[in-house]
Each structure stands twice: as C-alpha cells, then as structure tokens.
Design a protein around this ligand. Structure first.
Ligand code: PMP
Length: 415
C-alpha cells in the first residue's frame, strides 16, 4: 500500500459533484455505488461538455484543412497531444501516438516489432498476470515470427517473482511486456527495476499502463520505458481513444502499422513513402472528439493534487480490504501484494462470484465478476473468477460500508 498521511486536502464531495451519474438512484431507491472504474471510469462534466461543444460548434476534419474550423480543430487536437506529453513527461510531441485504446497500442507494437527486431528463436517475456490484451498480441507475434514466449510467474501473494524474471533474461530476450498495475489483483509491479534489468540484456520494454495512469503520476522518462500504453476511458476520458508513448528513435525504427491517408508522404500507384512521427502511425481520420476529450480529462485530473487523490483512493481501498477481513470469516482476498492500488478481488466463501455480483447489483452496487480478462491468472490461483471492487477518486468509505452490508445480505441469502 502506498504510504499515507492524514493531512490530505482532497475534497471527495467536490469531486463527486462533477460526476452527475453518481447522483443516480436505481432500482427501488438504491443510490448507485459505482465500484467498476477499472473496467471504465465515469466521466466528469468537463469531459462530456468538451466533447459536446466540439461536435456542436467546432467539428471539422483535422490536418491539411485550409479553412478556419479545420485549423481550430487541428489546434485543439494537437494541444491535447501536448497535454498528454506533459502529463506523462515525454520529451517530444511526436512520441505521443493517438490510438483507440490500450489494446490498439499493444497491437501496434506487436504487429510491427518483429519485422525489425525478431528472428526465429528470440525470446519475448510477459507475466502471468497480464490482461489478455497484453498477452494475445504477443502470442500472435511469436507464432508469426518463431519467437518463444516466456512467462514471469506470480507468487501466492499476487506479486511477480522477480528472481525468476531475472533468470529468464538473456541475450535472446528482445522484448518484455508487463502491466504497471494488475487490473485483477491491484498489484503495482516494480516496472522501473524490471526495465533496468531488461535494458541490461539489450531488450526493450512495453508497459501496459491501463490501470496505473488513473491512479498515479507517470513519468516515462524517469521509468525509462521504451513504450507505455493506456486508455482514455479508464482515466475519466472518452471511450475509443488511447495513447501509445514510444521513444522517438524506437518508433522511427518500426514500420507503419496501418496504411491509408495521413500516414503517407508521397503515393504513386506502385509505391508510397511514409510520413514522419506521429502521423506515420495515425492512418485515417482519428477520433478527434476523443483526443480533445482526453485533453479535458487531463485538465480535470490536474485540477486535483494527484498525490492527494491517489492517497484518498488508497485509503478507500485499504478501508475496504480491512473491513472485508474484519466482517467475514470466510473471505479470501486474491492478491495481497505489499504495493497495491485501484482494485480488490475476493471470494466470499464458496458463493459463486456471479451470484454475489447479481445480488449487489439489485442493491445498487456495481462490481465486476468473472475472470477480468486474465484467465491464466485465474488458472494460477485455481479459481474461475472473483468479485472485483475497483475505485476511482470519487469513491468513499461510506460506499464501502454499503458494499459490506450488501455482502452480508449475500452471505445470508446465498451460503
Ligand atoms: N490492460 C489492462 C491492465 C486493462 O485493465 C485493460 C482494460 N481492462 C486493458 C489492457 C485493455 O484496455 P482497453 O479495453 O481500453 O483497450
């Protein structure tokens, strides 16, 4: 758990007032409790209003337009790119590639990396706790290129076994793909240390930041990661937009991913030459509203002191874990890592997670149940799924109390 102090200035009620959906009352008078932010966070007014204003007053296709609206929209889109650059402390605008989300960013690298860096027998390392999005694209790449996929095992506590990781690294290792934070366990992985070791054998590292960017300050230069990917919709931004950060010199080495407009410099019937970064990887009309909306989400996050917001979230998480353990003798928390953020996964006795989820839903409490797109991790713990409560900066300990009461009812009715 991240270190805590008691004198934070974070005003959760002020934050909540920016999210109209949190005032909803569903079923018969059940105030909505939203504990599914790891799947997708709710949206503050500024994001919804920015997207709305864009569509109603500012829309035109961007880049290459001579007219006023096109130039205005282009400026806003490129301003959003700069906001992302500063937000993660990248060095250059062109290191920020707009994608449709984390999955798209990983697929971009997995579809191009082997063309320049992999020969048969080379090795790629992933971990046993990856989301399917950070596993399947690498399986596909390895199948295509003849590379061998290796796996960092997960301990009973839900941490990566780093000695085993170090033992896997060798001069055949070309790429390591690892999540910064596990969407299922909440484990914060020691990616800075892992990157250093990978670089020691000449391997590059892609970090899946889908679950870290919403909860902690990310500095890609400090981490020294080669690629960092994340999704707008998990960080209070719109769906359908995400970011691939890559070191400029490495992105320059990769061939284009998709062909089409915008990514070219010259085209003849026989052959094309390709555009500079970032456009080389941004074929076709992008999600303009999504990009501008993502910029608004960053504005929203930066209104808060992000350290205080993280501390508030971690306090809610810790409160939830403590109460689960205090109130239920038959609770099993899956993932007891020392460093956690964002989510807690658990099993209540031998009640099926789906049944718990359905009953909580009738009480107005939204949790997620199932394998959370981490089937290999479920196999590792010999379970088929969990109940997962995940948190955003708008959640409160009172909402956790509602969850605990709901679980007590579930236990009474279902055991
Ligand atoms: N990686 C992790 C760790 C995730 O939690 C998710 C979303 N659950 C993804 C990748 C995929 O993100 P998206 O669906 O936004 O592409």
């Amino acid at each position: 758990m991240i270190a805590k102090t008691s004198n934070i200035t974070f005003d959760v009620e002020a934050v909540r007032s920016e999210f109209p959906v949190l005032d909803r009352v569903i079923y018969e008078n059940k105030p909505l409790v939203y504990f599914d932010s790891a799947a997708s966070s709710q949206k503050p007014r500024i994001v919804a209003n920015t997207v709305r204003d864009y569509y109603l007053n500012e829309h035109a296709n961007i880049h290459r337009g001579v007219h006023f609206l096109s130039q205005e929209a282009t400026n806003k889109y490129e301003e959003a790119r700069k906001k992302v650059r500063d937000f993660i402390n990248a060095a250059y605008d062109e290191e920020i590639i707009f994608t449709s989300g984390t999955t798209d960013g990983i697929n971009l690298i997995a579809a191009t990396f082997d063309k320049v860096h992999i020969k048969k027998g080379d090795e790629v390392i992933v971990t046993g706790m990856e989301h399917h999005s950070n596993l399947v694209p690498w399986q596909m790449m390895c199948e295509r290129s003849g590379a061998v996929l290796k796996f960092v095992p997960v301990s009973d506590e839900g941490e990566l076994i780093l000695e085993e990781y170090e033992a896997l690294l060798n001069d055949k290792t070309k790429l390591v793909a690892v999540s910064h934070v596990s969407n299922t366990l909440g484990t914060i992985n020691p990616v800075a240390e892992m990157i250093k070791s990978a670089h020691g054998v000449g391997a590059q590292v892609l970090v899946d930041g889908a679950q870290s960017v919403p909860h902690m300050k990310i500095d890609v230069r400090d981490l020294d990661c080669d690629y960092y990917v994340f999704s707008g919709h998990k960080m209070y931004g719109p769906t359908g937009v995400g970011i691939l950060y890559g070191k400029k010199e490495l992105l320059n080495e990769l061939p284009p991913y998709k062909g089409g407009g915008e990514m070219i410099k010259t085209v003849t019937l026989e052959k094309s030459t390709y555009n500079e970064l970032p456009h080389k990887f941004e074929a076709g009309t992008p999600n303009i509203a999504g990009g501008i909306g993502l910029g608004a989400a960053i504005d929203f996050m930066l209104r808060e002191d992000l350290t205080d917001a993280a501390e508030h979230e971690n306090r809610v998480l810790e409160y939830c874990e403590n109460r689960l353990q205090e109130e239920f003798s038959d609770i099993k928390i899956i993932g007891q890592a020392k460093e956690k953020t964002g989510a807690v996964s658990f099993l209540l006795g031998d009640i099926h997670p789906y049944d718990v989820g359905v009953l909580l839903d009738r009480l107005g409490i939204a949790v997620r149940t199932g394998h959370h797109c981490t089937q290999p991790l479920m196999n590792r713990f010999d379970i088929t799924g969990t109940v997962r409560a995940s948190f955003g900066m708008y959640n409160t300990t009172q909402e956790v109390d509602a969850l605990i009461e709901g679980l007590k009812r579930a236990e009474k009715m279902l055991s």
